[in-house]
Each structure stands twice: as C-alpha cells, then as structure tokens.
Write a protein that binds this ligand. Structure first.
Ligand SMILES: *Cc1c(COP(=O)(O)O)cnc(C)c1O
Length: 219
C-alpha cells in the first residue's frame, strides 16, 4: 500500500476549496503519522476508544473529526481536544457537547448528520428535525457549540443518479439553512462517491480506504 501515491492521487482530484478529512479508522497510528508527514492535518475516526488510543501518539496539531455515532456518555472523553463532531444525530447529544465544551472553556464545532439514504439508516436527523434543531441553536440553545454545517451519507449503490439525488437533497437543506446563518461545511462523499458529492456541492469529503487501503474487519 503506497500511502504517498494514494494520498497524492486523492489530493489531485480535489478542486481548490474542498477539504479532505482523511479517515484513519482501523489503521494504525504509524499510518496516520505517514500521511501527516505528507502534509495532511485533518483526520477522521468513528470510534471514541480508537481515537483516544491514537490521539496521544500523534502530533498535537492534528484536527480530529469524529464521524461515527457518539454516545452522550462518551462526549466527556473527547471534549478536551476534538475539533469537529460530524455525527450529531440527536438534540440530547448536542446539549451534552455544549455542556462538556463549556467545562473546558472551548467551543466545539459540529455538523448535523442528516438521513438522506434510501436504505434504513439508524442515525441522523430527518430534514424537518434538522431544521428545528438548527433554529434552537440559532436561538442560543447550545452556546458552547458552533454548528458549522451538515453531514450525510448516500445509499451504497452503483446507481449514480440515485446517489446524486440524495446529495442534492442535502445541498438544498444546506442552502436553506445557510440563508439563516452562514455555514462553512457540507460534508458528503467517501472513497467511492466523492467526485459525485463534489459535483453536488460538497466542500468537505471523508476519504478512508482510497488513502489507507482496505480495512481488515477480521481483527
Ligand atoms: C468509514 C467512513 C468513511 C470513509 O469510508 P471509505 O469508503 O473508506 O472512504 C466516511 N464517512 C463515514 C461516516 C465513515 O464511517
């Protein structure tokens, strides 16, 4: 697995202004360090425990993004250092993030995760729920968070038109909320569908296996 070749190839496919979140889940700290040494500063993990293991082993200027479902009782572990929590999927979780951020005198950036896939997904808001929560945020409900945008995952399918349709739904919501308060980040697209996501307006992509190689789920 040539990390340099993979990383360079992905970087070359991203237009200026599109952020890369390198998803390092299930890959060792050494691989993260290698990609960091190539200039990457933003990494994504989906499990608190794995993030807690890697965090002390790696440069402190890495911006860590949590991209997987987060239980409220685990927020306290990552609150001291997490840059962005992309997977906010309940009001209770957002309230807890605000509380823990406040304890550390920090503001934690968050994205609201929205269900856009046709397949039954466990996590994420319906469009109407995301709008309602964003309004509560605008009304001052979660003072130690900054809602900087939205995150979504399309259906896992080869049907490009379907994937496009789903991404465009999220782009529509992003534009709507962006008129109420300027948002920075529309996070959509993974190794298999990031070019489509960018076509549909994503300005942040979460790419794992196309950089780090396949994950070994047997371990
Ligand atoms: C694992 C994961 C990714 C990266 O997936 P790849 O297909 O390896 O690029 C992106 N987003 C989320 C939420 C993930 O869990």
């Amino acid at each position: 697995m040539d990390l340099k070749e993979n990383y360079t190839s992905i970087k070359n496919q991203l237009p200026p202004g599109v952020q890369l979140v390198a998803v390092s889940k299930m890959h060792p700290a050494e691989a993260v360090q290698e990609v960091y040494n190539l200039g990457q500063k933003v990494f994504g993990e989906n499990k608190v425990q794995e993030l807690m293991e890697k965090h002390p082993l790696l440069p402190q200027d890495i911006q860590w993004h949590l991209i997987g479902h987060l239980q409220t009782n685990k927020v306290k572990y990552i609150a001291p250092f997490i840059d962005t929590i992309q997977s906010v999927d309940s009001e209770k979780l957002l309230a807890e993030i605000s509380k823990e951020a406040g304890k550390h005198g920090r503001t934690i950036k968050v994205l609201l995760q929205v269900k856009i896939a046709a397949e039954e997904s466990k996590f994420g808001f319906e469009i109407s729920e995301a709008k309602a929560l964003f309004q509560k945020y605008l009304d001052g409900g979660f003072p130690d968070t900054e809602v900087t945008g939205l995150m979504g995952m399309a259906t896992f399918t080869d049907d490009k038109e379907q994937v496009k349709g789903e991404f465009l739904i999220l782009k529509g919501l992003f534009d709507e909320l962006n008129r109420l308060k300027t948002l920075e980040t529309l996070s959509m697209g993974m190794s298999d569908d990031f070019p489509t996501a960018i076509e549909c307006g994503a300005n942040s992509v979460r790419v794992g296996s196309a950089i780090f190689g396949r994950r070994d789920y047997s371990k």
